[in-house]
Write a new protein. Structure first.
Length: 130
């Protein structure tokens, strides 16, 4: 049992894995909350896409922030690493659920936004590390 704990701690101790896990958690939790808000209220569906994009980017920022804070240095590197993993995770989900709604332009823009926001989270995470 002690060896299993060491393996789990080994993977959660890496800043990029921890940041990606946090980013996915924030993204999925935000998506569920957004779904419930739109289902139980009379908000127009025209707000759904901007709200979803905001939640996605908040997740990327949070992941980059936590990864850099955990690492204690190299915020740009760890933040961008989290952004790459986070982007690929949600891209695979979109490919698995709605492959017909895929646009190369939108994919490129989403990648650029994700990398910029997660790297900014990493830089701010380092700036706020004591």
């Amino acid at each position: 049992m002690a060896e299993e704990k060491n393996i789990i701690l080994k993977y959660t101790a890496t800043p990029v894995f921890l940041g990606t896990l946090a980013a996915v958690g924030v993204g999925l939790t935000g998506t569920i909350l957004l779904t419930l808000i739109f289902y139980f209220t009379s908000f127009s569906e025209s707000y759904l896409q901007p709200a979803g994009a905001a939640i996605y980017l908040i997740g990327a920022f949070t992941g980059g922030f936590l990864a850099a804070k955990r690492a204690g240095g190299k915020g740009l590197l760890y933040g961008t690493g989290v952004g790459i993993c986070y982007f690929f995770f949600f891209t695979l989900i979109v490919l698995a659920t709605k492959p017909g709604s895929f646009s190369l332009l939108n994919l490129g823009l989403k990648a650029v936004y994700t990398f910029i926001v997660s790297a900014a989270g990493g830089i701010i995470g380092i700036a706020l590390t004591e």
